[in-house]
Write a protein that binds this ligand. Structure first.
Ligand code: ADP
Ligand code: MG
Length: 273
């Protein structure tokens, strides 16, 4: 399929501050991120680095404290809640980290997927195909509590992916999966992205990292680096800031550096003053 490389996800200066009993937490601080259609992107970073918070804002489930999230050209931040809900139903699938948060206890596996399929204008055949692709064909008539954790997680993914939403967002989709199940989810991600669907996953899983187009590393709520085709790149945000890794930063205890650049040779140097 011919891919049109248009930006589907655009985050600009995205900020999310949580107020809690112990004070304020800046879960996401100034994230600029553009993802084109058909890309598969993994967001990695230590626990608490802001992965889930970022994904929830991109998925329209949470509102940023400041900044913009644009999906397929529409700024989610400017939409009313009902308009955002409509847009989410049409374009976005969000697979929550806990499989049971995605599933209705009283519906069989097939019915869970069919329900979403119909909302997206496809039918039972598409639902069966999706279950089959994720190795769940023989679980179609089971209720969620008759499925293993891994099967529930694959079912949650099937439900999100059926009927080709423009963007699939999945929070740690392989966390409870063995190797064979993980391979099935990764095969599904590859199929979806070759069909032009944009896939964004938060993960700690090295098996996932090896099979996505791009890896975005978060540190303390900011993008520390982006890895494409095995090359790790620093990111320059819209204000011109670059984040240094902690092991480099510790060599600059005074937090001052002399910087020089050669625009012609496209080089840039940071030195101790
Ligand atoms: P990750 O998914 O990378 O583990 P999160 O986005 O869940 O990170 O969390 C980032 C930071 O924001 C953490 O310090 C977390 O405690 C805090 N946080 C997340 N959600 C909330 C919330 N609803 N209320 C208060 N703090 C939150
Ligand atoms: Mg998380």
């Amino acid at each position: 399929m011919e891919r049109d490389r248009r930006p589907v996800i655009e985050c600009v200066s995205l900020l999310r501050v949580f107020e809690s009993a112990t004070g304020r937490v800046q879960a996401v601080r100034g994230v600029d991120l553009t993802i084109e259609s058909g890309r598969s992107v993994a967001v990695v970073g230590p626990s608490g680095s802001g992965k889930s918070s970022l994904l929830r804002m991109i998925g329209g489930l949470d509102e940023p404290t400041a900044g913009d999230v644009t999906i397929d050209g529409v700024n989610l931040v400017r939409l009313s809640r009902p308009a955002r809900r409509k847009m989410r139903a049409r374009l976005l699938a969000h697979v929550h980290q806990r499989p049971t948060d995605n599933l209705l206890g009283h519906l069989t596996a097939l019915d869970q997927v069919v329900r979403v399929a119909q909302r997206r204008g496809v039918g039972i055949d598409a639902a069966r195909e999706m279950l089959d692709g994720l190795g769940l064909a023989d679980r179609a008539d089971h209720l969620p509590d008759q499925l293993s954790g891994g099967e529930q997680q694959r079912l949650a993914f099937a439900r999100g992916a059926v009927g080709a939403p423009a963007v699939i967002i999945a929070d740690e989709p392989t966390a409870e999966l063995d190797t064979a199940s993980t391979d099935r989810v990764l095969d599904a991600i590859e199929r979806l992205s070759s069909d032009g669907i944009t896939v964004l996953v938060a993960t700690h899983d090295h098996r996932v990292l090896a099979r996505v187009d791009e890896v975005v590393t978060l540190r303390d709520g900011s993008i520390a680096s982006v890895t494409e085709s095995g090359t790790e790149l620093a990111v320059i945000d819209h204000a011109g800031r670059i984040q240094l890794p902690p092991d480099v930063r510790e060599h600059f205890p005074d937090r001052r550096a002399r910087i020089s650049w050669d625009v012609g040779r496209r080089t840039f140097t940071v030195e101790e003053p």
